[in-house]
Design a protein around this ligand. Structure first.
Ligand code: ITT
Length: 197
């Protein structure tokens, strides 16, 4: 099966491509369709992921999409679904610095956070959509560390580790990230559907 990822983020394509079961191919949707405007104005990760799928549903091909973000408890869930739009246009180094400033004075035990990913698959054969959510719990570091990954990886320390995703890199992220968990689950459901015809 060949599916198309609705995303403008090349890191997502790389991360999801590493998880594909045998016989499953993935390409970016703009390889077969012109870019369409997507306004992510839903109130949930799932809602925004659905907006991405709906934008290209008329292409009639299998689609994958994810909406994801960093939820920081001490900031009442911020940046959450606004993770991409927070300080839009600024480099991630500035966005992370700003989050660390907002967390000044908050001790380690209260810096709990999680990455969340709502992953969806659209099946054009029966016009159905299936979705799952993946999460990884952790804490926000006191400083920016590491150059691996993307986005907020250099300030997120997954539970059970003492280094950030930015330092741990793909070997760890591919096993326990929100995206890895969501897409491993979602792709197993897709394979199950195709086995059952
Ligand atoms: P598309 O919408 O085009 O897929 P995007 O990067 O804008 O690309 P989202 O709307 O899902 O993706 O926004 C997610 C933001 O949350 C992303 O830009 C990062 O800032 C952050 N984020 C999500 N997953 C992440 C990860 O694995 N590591 C670090 N930051 C992540």
């Amino acid at each position: 099966m060949k599916a198309y990822l609705v995303s403008s983020n090349p890191h997502k394509l790389d991360e999801i491509s590493m998880l594909l079961p045998e016989g499953f191919e993935l390409d970016i949707i703009t390889s077969i369709a012109p870019e369409r405007e997507i306004v992510e104005d839903a109130k949930t990760f799932y809602g925004n992921s659905l907006i991405k799928i709906e934008a290209y549903r008329s292409c009639g091909v299998p689609l994958l999409a994810d909406d994801s973000g960093l939820v920081i408890d001490a900031l009442d869930g911020f940046p959450g679904i606004a993770s991409a739009r927070f300080m839009e246009g600024s480099p991630y180094s500035d966005k992370m610095r700003e989050l660390l400033i907002r967390l000044e004075g908050i001790r380690e035990s209260e810096r709990t956070a999680r990455f969340v990913c709502a992953a969806l698959f659209y099946n054009p054969c029966d016009n159905s959509i299936i979705g799952v959510e993946g999460k990884v719990e952790g804490t926000i570091a006191f400083e920016i560390s590491g150059k691996e990954g993307f986005g907020y990886d250099p300030i997120f320390i997954p539970l059970g580790y003492d280094r950030t995703f930015g330092e741990l890199g793909y070997p760890v992220k591919s096993r326990l990230s929100h995206r890895a968990r969501a897409f491993t689950h979602l792709l197993s459901l897709v394979s199950l559907c195709s086995v059952r015809g």
